[in-house]
Design a protein around this ligand. Structure first.
Ligand code: BGP
Length: 489
């Protein structure tokens, strides 16, 4: 198994899922702070007759508010990561630590100082920071006050944020990712798109159900403009840094159930609306024809665009692509295509041998990853960075206080073998980051029970726990693989 010499090995997390300290040192709520899991359709916001305001449900446990307290324990945690030999660590900047409401002109120094310290620690431990600028972390105020990304004002607020972090962390951060899994915005406009319809919402008691297609498509366009601005600003401020997008790529690995031509087309169309509608314009600088065709059919969905911005989208395309891959999907014309944080879900695939345990039941398809890497190589000719791959399991310490997790080891090895094969196929893969190298709060369900870590954290769904960290057996296996640059596979 051969991996390139400078291959980036490591793991990925997100501020909102591990930092906690949700209102500390000036931070204000972001969009995930009012949800128990991003799959929830009931955000803790309420219409007061004029606008939405935060109104958390006292009966719900918002575990992310304290999460695993990385905000105060990062030193110890980063040392654990470095202990596996990581040369790269991905986390996000919580936008609301830097601009608490999002629309301030001056940044919050305490927030900036926190990430200074964090990035310095990573560098000292030999880990290159890979930083997501917004991992489902749009400040809530930007949604309730402005309607979020459907409002072009967000582009200006974002530019201010981008300029601030590129200037401050120049020379420290080499890999920037713009918006986490931004292509999930069609199916989850509130969180992945940072969008809220605030002008005459259809049913104010159902804020998510009231988001209009008009707002979604204007948000899509504004995000593309912001993405292009990010590339431009980053290259001007720190020419050594690189900007990637971040996609949930599992949907691009949608298989047709049969060779019936309508199944094959349906699978292809699913791939387009799951991934390519967003990734293609960020790489090629052009809005795809099928998106324009949709707008033609529904004229009111056509966003307000201008030539200068379209030129910007055209001229400032990303340096590399990055994505998460958890599983594949099967399309059939009689199947309902649903989705969650793992990607698109259609029919069960009878050829796959394993699934993660219930209630999650995510099918395990390592070969799908090789296919995906090859498809992206052929389509984009850009370096690709796998910035999330992993498996969530329900785990408890055994009687000796240990965790043996052979399923995780198998998942890791099988996927890495396919990455190696894709590299042998000629694909340009920059690195591989495991999702959740330490147990964090689940994005989809907001629970602790779904654990991805090589390091266990003593915290539970009801919120109790000592927050003590414990190394699982898989930790040692990943360490061996990294230390041998993949040869141990
Ligand atoms: C991705 C997100 C992550 C992450 C992962 C696993 O969609 O980018 O934030 O958590 O999925 O999902 P979950 O936590 O729902 O199992």
């Amino acid at each position: 198994m051969e991996f390139p010499k400078n291959f980036l090995w490591g793991g990925a997390v997100a501020a909102n899922q591990l930092e906690g300290a949700w209102l500390e040192d000036g931070k204000q709520p972001n969009v995930t702070d009012v949800l128990v899991g991003i799959g929830s359709k009931e955000p803790g916001i309420k219409w007061n007759g004029e606008k939405y305001e935060m109104c958390l449900d006292p009966d719900k446990k918002y575990l992310s508010h304290e999460a695993i307290d990385f905000y105060h324990r990062h030193k110890e945690d980063l040392e654990l990561m470095a202990g596996m030999g990581f040369n790269c660590f991905r986390t996000s900047i919580a936008w609301g630590r830097i601009f608490p409401n999002g629309d301030e002109t001056e940044p919050n120094e305490k927030g900036l100082a926190f990430y200074d310290e964090l990035f310095d620690e990573m560098k000292e431990l030999g880990m290159e920071p890979c930083i997501t600028m917004s991992h489902y972390e749009t400040p809530l105020h930007l949604l309730t006050e402005y309607g979020g990304w459907s409002n072009p004002k967000l582009i200006e607020f974002w530019k201010n944020y981008a300029k601030t972090v590129f200037t401050r962390y120049k020379g420290k951060v080499k890999y920037w990712l713009t918006f986490n899994e931004v292509n999930a915005m069609l199916r989850n406009p509130f969180v992945a798109g940072g969008i809220l319809t605030i002008n005459n919402p259809k049913d104010p008691s159902d804020p998510i159900g009231s988001i209009t297609q008009e707002d979604i498509w204007q948000g899509y366009y504004n995000i593309l403009v912001a993405n292009a601005w990010t590339v431009k600003l980053c290259h001007e401020i720190d020419p050594d840094a690189k900007v990637g997008n971040m996609m949930t790529a599992s949907g691009a690995c949608t298989y047709p159930e049969t060779c019936k031509p309508s199944d094959v087309f349906g699978a292809y169309d699913t791939q387009r609306w799951a991934v390519y509608f967003m990734c293609d314009p960020m790489v090629f600088g052009e809005i795809p024809s099928y998106v324009k065709a949709l707008w033609k059919k529904n004229p009111s969905w056509t966003p307000k665009m201008n030539d200068d911005e379209l030129k910007l989208i055209h001229d400032y395309t990303i340096d590399f692509i990055s994505y998460s891959y958890y599983r594949s999907a099967v399309y059939a014309s009689d199947a309902t295509m649903t989705n969650n944080t793992g990607g698109i879900k259609g029919k069960d695939n009878p050829y796959l041998k394993e699934c993660s345990p219930k209630p999650w039941s995510w099918p395990v398809d390592p070969e799908g990853l090789r296919l995906l890497i090859n498809m992206f190589e052929d389509r984009y000719h850009l370096p690709q960075f796998i910035v999330e791959n992993g498996i969530g399991l329900d785990e408890n310490l055994d009687e000796n206080g240990k965790i043996d997790d052979p399923f995780r080891v198998r998942y890791l090895e099988q996927h890495l073998k396919q990455v190696a094969l894709a590299i042998e196929d000629g694909c340009n893969v920059m690195g591989y980051l495991w999702w959740g190298p330490i147990d964090v709060v689940s994005a989809g369900t907001g629970e602790m029970k779904k654990r991805y870590g090589f390091v266990y954290v003593d915290r539970f769904n009801d919120g109790h726990g000592t927050l003590e960290r414990k190394i699982k057996n898989s930790y040692y296996r990943y360490k061996e693989i990294i230390e041998s640059n993949g040869e141990a596979l």
